[in-house]
Ligand binder design. Structure first.
Ligand code: FAD
Ligand code: NAD
Length: 465
């Protein structure tokens, strides 16, 4: 097979890698991208998109089941719904397939060469790829490592049999009767809630004292309340120890040392993700590491000239939109543009019920920087649109500097509020002050009005509370 020489080689076609390659191609760089799988990486194939498809199906099922359950204030009656999960999964696979083709098409349009196979460094400028038709050698002036992350496997609870990862959970063809979820973080709660809505009896085991421990307790309270209403048992301060000898039951240990066996047809382990730093020849390079992650500077440059790294392999927050932004910037840097990571905020959305959105600093984080702050919080119980959607639990909170009212952070929890993430991020990126948000006409009736009211409240000028 003839060797390939190129200006830019991207290893990994997840959201970081494929965005990097598209932008590089658009800028006229001779670009090659390598991945053994379908383009889109974790996010498109076994992460963001499939999980949101499953969450949507579960919400629809739950809504109808709720209406069928008995009298409701809407005056609607419905028959008890049924769900054929294999059909739901086929629908989800159809969406993933369409997006796979879309990404391939965009790469081709940008004149990026796609090589399917597993890449491995021979040295800092040469990579070999095992393809179906033989070994392909690629020589590149610049390389971007975008190999992403994989689920953490607990040594005492390896994947296999009843013990499943998020990838397996997104391909189940029937709803398990009893599901035990180990880890009450993003994935555990998003998927645990979806399966509970589809009829599974769900238990969540979380090692820390609260679910979603990275957020403050006020923000997660509505989620904890909803989990309870859905009949999900949450065991905090509890660690998974391993499978009980009897078979499918999980042995857990509470903080006081007491042990318990939890019966589960499936045990979904979602205790974090680890960077993929093995299997591609890290040993052939001299890269500085930052714990388990590849160390990068504010230009995504590693400690080796001409080698960049982006996305989950470079650390937290492991989010698709961070990887994409890094990918876009890195392509422009390789093309000779002067770019540096200057983002004020990376929004985070947890697609639980209700949803959580955060950008910038939480109140405690802002206080720790030593500045005096002002807070404004507005509840959805006083928002007309939220009432008409029966989603009154939750709030929007704005954190700003007390002296000049510069907005430092925004947090919200509420039904269907993920779309507010765009307005929150824009406010932070544009350096908005409380007066800018308060003075912007927000359409009525929308949940976004709670954002305006939270800013008004911080200024002591609230109208609707
Ligand atoms: P990845 O998407 O992991 O892609 C890495 C690619 O590199 C893979 O395609 C892999 O095949 C390839 N690769 C690895 N080694 C090699 C090699 N040696 N040669 C060639 N190719 C290689 N994030 C959000 O922002 N929003 C969400 O709603 C969200 N939901 C999620 C739900 C789940 C269930 C999971 C698991 C994750 C979710 N995430 C979400 C996280 C998101 O998927 C990741 O942050 C994102 O995919 C990281 O992108 P990446 O490009 O760094 O790596
Ligand atoms: P996570 O870090 O969000 O949650 C893991 C949880 O497992 C933590 O709360 C931790 O305390 C707990 N835990 C760890 N070991 C345990 C043990 N032995 N027993 C019981 N609990 C234990 O990790 P995740 O849910 O696996 O998600 C991984 C990453 O994927 C996230 O950090 C996020 O970056 C990304 N993701 C994002 C989204 C989104 O943006 N909506 C959705 C899913 C995943």
């Amino acid at each position: 097979m003839k060797d390939i020489s190129c200006k830019l080689l991207v290893i990994g076609a997840g959201p970081g890698g494929y965005v990097c390659a598209i932008r590089a191609g658009q800028l006229g760089l001779d670009t090659v991208i390598v991945d053994p799988g379908k383009p889109g990486g974790t996010c498109l194939n076994v992460g963001c998109i499939p999980s949101k498809a499953l969450i949507h199906a579960a919400e629809e099922y739950d809504r109808i089941a709720h209406l069928a359950h008995g009298r409701n204030p809407l005056g609607i009656t419905a028959a008890k719904p049924e769900i054929d999960l294999s059909q739901t999964i086929a629908w989800k696979d159809g969406i993933v397939g369409r997006l796979n083709s879309g990404v391939s098409g965009l790469l081709k349009k940008a004149k990026v060469k796609i090589v399917q196979g597993h890449a491995r460094f021979r040295d800092g400028k040469t990579v070999e790829v095992e393809t179906e038709t033989g070994l392909q050698i690629i020589r590149a002036e610049n390389v971007v490592i975008a190999t992403g992350s994989a689920p953490v496997e607990l040594p005492n609870l390896p994947f296999g049999g009843p013990v499943i990862s998020s990838t397996d959970a997104l391909s189940l063809t029937s709803v398990p009767e009893r599901l035990v979820v180990v880890g009450g973080g993003y994935i555990g709660l998003e998927l645990g809630t979806a399966f509970a809505k589809m009829g599974a009896t769900v238990t969540v085991v979380e090692a820390q004292s609260r679910i979603l421990p990275q957020y403050d307790a006020e923000l997660t309270r509505p989620v904890a309340k909803r989990l309870q209403a859905l009949g999900i048992a949450v065991m905090t301060g509890t660690k998974a120890k391993g499978l009980a000898k009897a078979g499918g039951s999980l042995l857990v240990e509470a903080e006081d040392g007491s042990e318990k066996a939890l019966e589960g047809d499936r045990i979904l382990v979602t205790v974090g993700r680890r960077p993929v730093t093995r299997g591609w020849g890290l040993d052939e390079l001299v890269l500085d590491m930052d714990g388990p992650f590849i160390r990068i500077d504010e230009r995504c440059q590693t400690s080796m000239r001409g080698i960049y790294a982006i996305g989950d392999v470079t650390g937290e927050p492991m989010l698709a939109h961070r990887a994409m932004a890094q990918g876009e910037m890195t392509a422009e840097i390789v093309a000779g543009h002067r770019r540096v990571w200057d983002k004020r905020s990376i929004p985070a959305v947890c697609f639980t019920d209700p949803e959580i959105v955060t950008v910038g600093l939480a109140p405690d984080e802002a206080r720790r920087t030593g500045v005096e702050i002002k807070l404004g919080q507005f509840p959805f119980s006083a928002n007309g649109r939220a009432m008409t959607r029966m989603g009154e639990d939750g709030f929007v909170r704005v954190v700003a500097r007390a002296d000049n009212h510069l907005v430092l952070g925004i947090q919200a929890v509420g039904q269907g509020i993920s779309e507010l993430a765009a307005a929150f991020s824009l406010a932070l990126e544009m350096g908005a002050r409380l007066e800018d948000i308060a003075g912007t006409i927000h359409a009525h009736p929308t949940q976004g009005e709670a954002f305006q009211e939270a800013a008004l409240k911080a200024l002591g000028m609230e109208l609707h509370i």
